[in-house]
Design a protein around this ligand. Structure first.
Ligand SMILES: [Zn+2]
Length: 67
């Protein structure tokens, strides 16, 4: 747990994100920044970066559960 003053929250989040990113390789950074929008017609799979069509429960490329 980390407690910071309210004014310091943005800086604390940035520092924690930078720390987490420094521990990931390029693919890990890309995966961690990939967002699935279930309302969008297409999404990018955070596992294999393939295309996922709306309404499917699993990525057709790698099988990652997304719905
Ligand atoms: Zn995939």
């Amino acid at each position: 747990m980390l407690a910071v003053a309210s004014d310091d929250v943005p800086a604390a989040i940035s520092a924690l994100r930078a720390q987490a990113d420094s521990e990931l390789d390029e693919a890990g950074r890309r995966s961690s920044s990939t967002v699935i929008d279930l309302e969008a017609e297409e999404n990018t799979c955070p596992g294999c970066f393939g295309t996922i069509q709306q309404g499917v429960a699993r990525c057709p490329e790698c099988g990652l559960r997304v719905g």
